[in-house]
Every structure is written in C-alpha cells, then in structure tokens.
Design a protein. Structure first.
Length: 309
C-alpha cells in the first residue's frame, strides 16, 4: 500500500479545513479520515515487517551458532542471507590471499541450470578485491567469471577471521537499509562462528598430536567424541600452535632446550620463546610445575626425566 506523492498530506487537509465550510468541509474531513487510516495501515505493515525480519534474523543466528562443521555453517549462512535479503543467489567463497583467488565453499541457487565456477580470481581493481582490501561491503558488478550467477549488480562482503579476510560473500541485488543491517549482523556472527570452529579444530589436532606421541590419557577427548566435554584438569584458555604442541610433547618427556632444538631443527632461543608461550597459555610458572601438573592430572602415564632449562 502506497500513497501518491501528489496527494495532499494530513497537514494540508487540516489547513484547508480551517478555511472551508459546509459540504467542502465535510469532504475534506472524509479525505482526512481516509488519509489517516491509510497512514496507520502503512505503519502497522512496517512494524509487522520489522517483527518478521527480527524473527528471521534470530532464527538464522541460532542456526549458525548450532552448526557443527564449517561446511554446515557456511551453507546455513548462504540460505539465511538469501532469505533475509530476498536474494535469488548467494555465493560463499574461501579467500586465498597468497594467490589472490577464491574457491567455492557454499551456494544458495534454487534454479541452477549449470554448475557454478569452482574458483575465480580476485582481479586487481575488481569489486571483490576492493571488498577484501577495505573490509567494507561493495555493491557492484562481479568479476566476469561470476557473470552468469550474478548478471546484474550484487553486494559483496568480506568476512574476517582473526583480523584476516577469510570468506567472500556475493549476494544478488542491491540491499536496502534493513537488509544491509541484517546482513552485516549475520556476517559478524558468521565470522565469530568460523573462529570458534577453527579453535576447536586446532585443539583437536593438539590432543591428537599428544596422543600419537604416547602422551595419552583415557579422559582426553578423541576427534570422534565430539559430544564429550574437554577435560577439566587441563583448561587451555588459548590454543597452542602445532609447533608449540611439538615442543610441549618434548618438554613433558623431560627434554632439554638443546635436545628439543636438535630434534625440531630450530635454535635454542626459538625453543625458549616457545616454552614461554606454552607456560603462559597453560597457566604454569615454570617447566617443573607444568610437568608436575600434567603428571598429577594423568596426562602422561610414564615417568619423566628431571626437567632442564
């Protein structure tokens, strides 16, 4: 329901009524009542639409938070953005900054007639490249490779993980202000969920590395035990890198810094830096406390040689 631009406003009608009388006044009163009724209906429709949008956004956010894998997360994000933005096509691609390319990760395209491109180049000066470099959504025509998917204008958003662009999203069409705000919130949640899943994956790799090295314990969760909570005895608040996990494995065996450096083919100073970060991340003040804590909580089931610095 819309109101013609040249139709008198309620203010115009009330001003005219002050100068009118008789039948003219009655007619102006009828027009005013009709105009006020239509304006109220418009406001009610807008409020209802905002309520429906908020409910859709809440459901979408809940769906992203409940995703158990990155593939499921990205497909849910595709579908949710298509619904909220009334878009005929949404494409999510993984960004490879080193090669300036992006690879298909998920797509929402109900009326697909041909397979989508599996990868495309982030050409210099392209809308995709500008979105990645600036971190600001760009509304423009996509690169030629995506011309069949997005024959007209589209909105392009880069999603960062750990302050680095990780995912590029193409949404068909130009978004209005409400759709833009909803999409911005949804992509922020997507970035946070991708970071959470990445941390969980890194944690699993660390535990698997410790297990494969012989430092095992029955209570450590395995990659297949997704529903099992993390052990309370080793509350890692910040995940170790793969290299730090390797250093930790040797530290728990009682290896000296020199021995660790020789085995990992790195310098002793580098080993010392890794050890400092490991102690900080695991909440220990020194190597002896670290080994004692892991021995006490059963992370290692073998005796260790006296630690050396």
């Amino acid at each position: 329901m819309t109101t013609p631009a040249d139709e008198p406003t309620a203010t115009d009608l009330m001003a005219a009524m002050r100068q009118a009388s008789g039948r003219e006044l009655t007619e102006l009163g009828r027009q005013l009542a009709d105009r006020l009724d239509r304006e109220k209906a418009l406001r009610d429709n807008e409020v209802s639409q905002l309520r429906r949008n908020a409910e859709s956004l809440n459901r979408a956010i809940a769906g992203l938070a409940a995703a158990a894998s990155s593939a499921e997360l990205l497909q849910r994000a595709c579908d949710a953005l298509a619904n909220i933005c009334s878009a005929s096509c949404v494409l999510v691609s993984g960004i490879d900054i080193r090669s300036d390319t992006a690879a298909l990760l998920a797509i929402h395209r109900p009326d697909a007639e041909s397979p989508p491109p599996q990868a495309f180049s982030l050409e210099a000066g392209s809308a995709e490249s500008r979105a990645v470099d600036s971190g600001v959504p760009v509304t423009a025509s996509p690169v030629d490779t995506l011309g069949e998917l997005f024959p007209h204008i589209c909105t392009i958003v880069a999603v960062a993980v750990d302050n680095s662009p990780a995912v590029l999203i193409h949404i068909a069409g130009e978004l209005d202000s409400a759709q833009h705000d909803s999409a911005a919130l949804l992509t922020q949640v997507l970035g946070a969920c991708l970071q959470r899943l990445g941390l969980a994956t890194r944690r699993t790799r660390q535990l698997d590395l410790l297990r494969s090295s012989g430092i095992t314990h029955d209570k450590l969760p395995r990659a297949t035990d997704a529903a099992e909570p993390a052990p309370a005895a080793a509350p890692w608040t910040e995940p170790l890198t793969e290299r730090e996990s390797e250093v930790l494995r040797l530290v728990l065996k009682g290896a000296s810094n020199t021995a660790i450096a020789d085995e990992l083919v790195i310098t002793v100073d580098t080993v010392k830096s890794h050890v400092k970060r490991i102690l900080r991340k695991l909440g220990a003040t020194n190597r002896s406390e670290l080994i004692a804590r892991h021995s006490a909580c059963g992370v290692t089931n073998r005796s260790t040689a006296p630690p050396s610095r």
